[in-house]
Design a protein around this ligand. Structure first.
Ligand code: ZN
Length: 164
């Protein structure tokens, strides 16, 4: 691998501090001390952000704008479904904004938000909450090191701050 050890490239473990701003609101942030760790080039983070980090050096900061298509996708109208009120789980009272996990056909639950409630039914939005949104990141590269061969074969980071 022809990695330059001092800048972000494929197969480097990146420690990244960031702030995620959507519609002018800070939704998520990680400081230098609790920076996220990921292996670059393995789709561990959203593609639109990953490609903008290439070549960044330790200590470097950057503002990155990510369009919906490179983030959580566009909003899919087909992912908004109507559900009869009596089909909701017994202990759930549907109201706008409520988030719940609905059992899926494949046995996995999927998260949905109630977007409207009528007399007999309610609309559930199964889109990711950030679908259709432009994402604004303020990022800083805190640390960098080449991934070990074991990490590369697992596709995730080991050691402090990573998986095991
Ligand atoms: Zn592992």
């Amino acid at each position: 691998m022809a990695n330059e050890a001092n800048s972000v490239a494929k197969d480097m473990v990146v420690s990244l501090a960031y702030k995620l701003i959507v519609d002018g609101e800070v939704l998520d942030e990680a400081s230098d001390k609790d920076a996220i760790l990921f292996i670059h080039g393995h789709r561990n983070i959203i593609p639109g952000l990953e490609k903008e980090l290439i070549g960044m050096k330790i200590g470097e900061t950057k503002s990155v704008k990510v369009a919906p298509k490179d983030g959580y996708g566009d909003k899919d109208q087909k992912a908004i479904e109507e559900l009869a009120l009596d089909e909701f789980p017994k202990n759930v009272k549907p109201k706008v904004g409520l988030e719940l996990e609905m059992p899926g056909d494949d046995g996995h639950g999927s998260y949905a938000r109630v977007v409207s409630v009528g007399e007999k039914s309610a609309q559930l939005d199964f889109n990711h909450p950030l679908a259709g949104k432009e994402l604004n990141f303020e990022v800083k590269v805190v640390e960098l090191r080449p991934a070990t061969s074991e990490e590369l074969s697992h596709g995730h980071v080991h050691g402090p701050g990573g998986h095991h």
